[in-house]
Design a protein around this ligand. Structure first.
Ligand SMILES: Nc1ncnc2c1ncn2[C@@H]1O[C@H](COP(=O)(O)OP(=O)(O)OP(=O)(O)O)[C@@H](O)[C@H]1O
Length: 406
């Protein structure tokens, strides 16, 4: 440690009784000069000491911070990619660095490939993130291979063609797009009434392209994960990058991308932040590899037009309620495993189901089966379909009764 310079000597005034008044005056002047000089030296030393004190305080602060960090030792988030006999391959989020690491037997027992884990500086797995800790796991539904194929979807031939062109082709034939020199659509927006097969379309395209299907519901982002929306949107794209090829499916996008209202509540600001994050992720989308993004809404009219600009959701596909042929096809699909009586004429029945969505037709088929069971039969008859239709229409009427009268 450097020693501080010693303090200057205190000047002494020595007056001889034999001095003449002039000599005394001269001695006093000399003494005054010495005092001023010492005072200057002391002021300089004081300033230097203050500077030093300042530096030392900064140093102490920094050491305290480092000490705190060492005590709490932050952990990084990673995904356990593969469990091997030699250890576990973990991939760190953010930099995608992959390492083979050892895991204690107690952690290893509960670990499965695909789990999110917390790792320390030396990549040791410290804990498995349970769904409680892991908002990301709760907010996103990840399906490595969804089991919906195009043939499970009735009446949407044109929409299937468009989705294949906008989503499947760029994933499967990326090279061709590059050679022709055109950008595939950035995002596809499926819009139409509830239960018409929008989610099915997104799942089918993921299935067809062997892509991971990652779904996030806009409504949950703003209702369940308050304050975390923007971060979760960032995580969503990060996860897709880790699992590419991937299809990101944002359901009920209107919940985070509604037109701006006049009110300026803090909730609005939060929704706004979430949407801004989504837009910035999409704007930086070109550099991303094999990731396609599909969103869905039942409230197209409510959408903020900013999300429809080129480079964002620039391919709009309307998914309406099915027409009569579509309804017949959907009924065929949902009754194909059922034991139908020879008298059943799905074509004729389809004409009576105007206005029903695919989801309603699917539950109609199940209801018809229930009527047959109640009647002690193992085959479903045309009458069961009619009874089921009546029930569904009655349920529908009940749910559309204004709340005050319900
Ligand atoms: N076109 C269709 N063909 C076959 N089944 C359908 C069709 N549309 C809907 N369904 C049935 O309805 C269920 C719900 O459909 P899906 O979730 O795809 O609708 P959605 O349009 O995404 O609805 P929402 O807007 O409410 O999220 C499906 O699992 C399927 O059983």
């Amino acid at each position: 440690m450097s020693r501080s310079p010693s303090l200057p000597e205190r000047p002494r005034l020595e007056l001889d009784p034999d001095m003449t008044p002039d000599e005394r005056l001269e001695a006093l002047r000399e003494h005054f000069k010495e005092i001023v000089q010492v005072n200057e030296q002391l002021t300089e030393q004081l300033d230097a000491a203050r500077d030093r004190q300042h530096d030392l305080t900064d140093e102490v602060d920094q050491l305290e911070r480092e000490n705190e960090t060492l005590k709490t030792s932050s952990l990084y988030i990673a995904t356990a990619e593969e469990l091997t006999d030699d250890g576990v391959v973990v991939k760190q989020h953010g930099n995608n660095q992959e390492v083979l690491t050892e895991v204690s037997p107690s952690i290893r027992d509960g670990l499965e490939a695909g789990d999110r884990v917390a790792i320390n500086d030396s990549f040791g797995v410290k804990q498995i993130l349970d769904p409680e800790t892991d908002a990301r796991a709760q907010a996103m539904q990840v399906d490595g291979s969804p089991d919906v194929s195009y043939s499970d979807i009735g009446g949407l031939e044109e929409q299937i063609r468009e989705v294949r062109e906008a989503v499947e082709e760029p994933l499967v034939n990326a090279e061709q797009f590059r050679e022709v020199g055109i950008e595939p659509p950035s995002g596809v927006l499926l819009h139409g009434p509830p239960g018409t097969g929008k989610t099915m379309l997104a799942k089918a395209v993921a299935n067809e392209t062997d892509a991971t299907f990652i779904k996030m519901a806009g409504s949950e982002l703003v209702r369940k994960f308050i304050g975390e929306g923007a971060r979760l949107v960032r995580d969503l794209f990060e996860l897709a990058a880790e699992r590419e090829p991937a299809i990101i499916f944002i359901d009920e996008i209107d919940a985070i991308a509604a037109k701006r209202t006049e009110s300026k509540t803090s909730g609005d600001a939060e929704v706004q932040r979430t949407m801004m994050q989504l837009l910035s992720e999409m704007d930086g989308f070109d550099e991303r590899g094999e990731i396609r993004i599909i969103a869905a809404t039942n409230r197209f009219d409510m959408l903020d037009r900013a999300i429809l600009r080129p480079g964002r959701f620039d391919r709009l596909i309307e998914v309406p309620n099915p027409d009569v042929e579509g309804r017949e096809r959907i009924l065929e699909i949902h009754t194909q495993e059922m034991n139908l009586d020879d008298d059943v004429d799905l074509g004729a029945f389809a004409t009576e189901t105007d206005g029903l969505s695919g989801a309603e037709l699917a539950s109609l088929a199940t209801e018809a089966g229930m009527f047959a069971i109640r009647d002690g039969r193992t085959t479903v008859q045309q009458a069961d379909l009619h009874d089921a239709l009546e029930k569904i229409e009655a349920d529908d009427d009940a749910s559309s009764v204004p709340v005050a009268f319900a």
